[in-house]
Design a protein. Structure first.
Length: 295
């Protein structure tokens, strides 16, 4: 307990004693974490938007006019039982007419003229479990059900959305690894400067019989404190920037509505920043002090 108390006191003392070097380390840690946070926000939202595009991908199977209600129910059952179909929603011809009005493609006066004899077809909106085989599912439905005469929906194919989503994930993973390597290199070298300034203290402790880990721990504690303070500064900066961006950025409302909520992404920022800050502070201290343990 005496040794633990000494190491903690020495770590905190070193943190405040070398204040100029400590502040420079905190600034470096904060800068790297801010950059990492911006990238996290960007990649998370790109992945989220891509996932939303996948979840909202649908096709509308149009049914030939004059199909009886009993046959419509049979068609619905057939589509629901088809492989790779996640959900089916019926879209009546009246709903289709109302949608045209809402989109401004026809006027209410025109609706009154065709209301009694609506020329639009009924249809089924189809959602899929796996986008990679969605087009094959549609082809099977078209060839297996005679009443399905046309399929409409999102212009991009399911394979295009799926491949683009995977590409974003692979690029995100590669850039994340690159960012981690760069951040570790910069922060480790900055902490090494702080250790170099105290090389005489390390030599004295070694000559007095201190073990390597007894020498390391004050520096590890100092590095952890630097990581925590740097993570705190970065978290506040990135979080408030994201809150502003998610509410006031000059982007279309439909894009802003698809962004990850600030409350949800705050957890990602906090976990990533503090975990990375503590790890790199401790790891950087261990690697930096290693050279000076050889007395």
């Amino acid at each position: 307990m005496n040794s633990l108390s000494y190491l903690l006191k020495d770590g905190f003392k070193s943190f405040f004693k070398n204040f100029a070097m400590t502040v420079s380390c905190i600034i470096i840690v904060s800068a790297c974490l801010i950059f990492l946070g911006v990238y996290l926000a960007l990649s998370t939202n790109i992945t989220h938007i891509a996932r939303e595009a996948q979840n909202n991908y649908w096709k509308l199977a149009l049914i030939k006019p004059g199909t009886s209600n009993a046959r419509l129910e049979q068609i619905r059952t057939t589509i629901e039982n088809a492989e790779n179909v996640a959900k089916v929603e019926f879209k009546s011809k009246d709903a289709g007419l109302q949608q045209l009005v809402e989109q401004g493609k026809i006027s209410m006066s025109a609706v009154e003229l065709v209301k009694e004899d609506n020329p639009l077809p009924d249809g089924y909106v189809i959602f899929f479990e796996d986008l990679e085989t969605a087009d094959n599912t549609i082809n099977q439905i078209k060839t297996g059900i005679d009443e399905v005469y046309q399929v409409e929906g999102i212009k991009y194919s399911a394979q295009e959305i799926d491949s683009q989503t995977k590409l974003v994930r692979y690029i995100s993973l590669a850039l994340m690894g690159f960012m981690l390597i760069i951040s570790i290199f910069i922060i480790s070298n900055t902490i090494r400067l702080a250790v170099f300034a105290r090389r005489d203290d390390i030599n004295i402790m070694k000559f007095l019989g201190a073990t390597d880990w007894f020498v390391r721990w004050p520096f590890i504690i100092e590095g952890i404190l630097i990581g925590i303070f740097g993570a705190s500064v970065a978290f506040l900066c990135v979080y408030f920037m994201y809150v502003w961006f998610a509410s006031s950025a000059p982007l279309p409302p439909e894009i802003l509505s698809m962004l990850v909520p600030s409350e949800s992404i705050a957890n990602l920022f906090a976990i990533s920043f503090y975990a990375f800050g503590v790890f790199i502070g401790a790891f950087g201290s261990i690697m930096s002090v290693r050279k000076h343990l050889k007395v």
